[in-house]
Write a protein that binds this ligand. Structure first.
Ligand code: FA5
Length: 335
């Protein structure tokens, strides 16, 4: 019996020397100290001996059990320290992160645009998205059945009521509600029955601008838009005014900025022209002043309407407008 006990101690000592993981240490513990383990087995054999022969081996067996227990706990402490050294406790690890929403990229750019104009002294006004034909077209000098209405094909809600095709109707609402001088910007959502593509969508965003006072000139319009473009895109950006037609401005222009992606050299986004159209603008037509009761002989004004989505595409390097409306978090979380 004493011999067996010594053999067990030797084999235990050999095993404990080179265990490599918690699993093997636990395996050793179960093999020796478990309910059906080797020590339990030795105790069973011990109890089979006549009582007078149990004393000495009983003592040795108890000593072996104590020895094995203390060696295992020693080794498990040593192993824990070794593991800690390899993988020190990282108290900087964060807990479970709560998902906090983000500002939509279009809202971000719209806010930047608003801030620039606010710094120039423009107030912010808003108007309804469901609009009457009168404000969307008639008061803006679009004659009934005039082809200019086709450029902004819209969704009718009922006879004479439609989803607005631009933010310009709010010009009329603002001028009806106050006398000159007027200096406002009007951000908002607009709708058109469009052929959908990478650059055009049936829903998009505009920021309208309107400045009416004594002696406002086309030079003021150019200066304001240039200051805006440089504040948004940087000092180096240039503007190009192309003659155009809007029934509510005369003269009218479409305004391009030098492509900020290729610095005007020509690339895929600017269709190799070096220029990108971002807005329509012009001097307020006297017919519009008459519609709101202003005296076109006494005052003058400029107006512009810029496409927020196209500007956001340029600013953020996005090549498809549809991504803004896909509600895809993989896209939205990048901004
Ligand atoms: C207008 O909507 C005029 N109301 C702008 C204006 C205001 C002119 C005041 C004069 C005075 P236009 O249809 O060109 O104009 O649209 C203005 C801008 O909206 C465009 O330059 C473009 O940036 C953007 N835009 C037009 N259609 C779409 C579309 N389908 N998808 C995305 N952006 C568009």
């Amino acid at each position: 019996m004493e011999k067996k006990i010594q053999n067990f101690k030797d084999s235990f000592n050999k095993e404990i020397v080179d265990f490599s993981s918690w699993n093997t240490l636990e395996g050793i513990r179960i093999r020796y100290l478990g309910r059906k383990g080797r020590i339990a087995d030795l105790f069973k054999q011990l109890s089979a001996l006549p009582p007078e022969k149990r004393r000495a081996p009983g003592k040795s067996l108890n000593e072996l059990k104590d020895y094995i227990q203390s060696r295992i706990s020693q080794e498990s402490n040593r192993f824990a320290v070794k593991k800690e050294k390899k993988l020190p406790l990282d108290t900087s690890l964060s807990g479970i992160r709560q998902h906090t929403g983000k500002i939509h990229p279009l809202t971000k750019i719209e806010d930047e645009i608003k801030d620039i104009f606010k710094r120039m002294g423009f107030a912010v006004a808003t108007g309804p998205e469901v609009e009457t034909e009168y404000y969307n077209f008639d008061a803006l000098n679009f004659p009934k059945d005039h082809p200019a209405r086709d450029m902004q094909d819209t969704y009718y809600i009922s006879d004479g009521v439609l989803l607005r095709t631009h933010t310009s109707p709010v010009q009329i609402r603002v001028m009806e509600s106050q006398s000159p001088p007027v200096r406002v910007i009007i951000p908002g959502r607009v709708y058109r029955n469009e052929a959908i593509s990478a650059r055009s969508y049936c829903l998009f965003h505009q920021v309208e601008g309107l400045y009416v006072d004594k002696g406002v000139t086309f030079g003021n319009l150019k200066g304001t838009l240039e200051a805006f473009a440089q504040a948004l895109f940087g000092e180096g950006v240039r503007l190009r005014f192309r003659p155009s037609y809007f029934p509510f401005t005369e003269p009218s222009a479409e305004v391009d900025i030098s492509c900020i992606l290729c610095q005007g050299r020509g690339c895929r986004v600017c269709k190799r022209t070096g220029w990108l159209e971002i807005l329509g603008a012009g001097m307020v037509d006297p017919a519009v002043f008459l519609a709101v009761g202003y005296d076109p002989e006494a005052i003058s004004g400029f107006a512009f309407g810029l496409g927020v989505d196209r500007i956001a595409m340029l600013k953020l390097g996005i090549d498809d407008i549809r991504l803004f409306f896909g509600n895809d978090l993989r896209f939205l979380e990048q901004f």
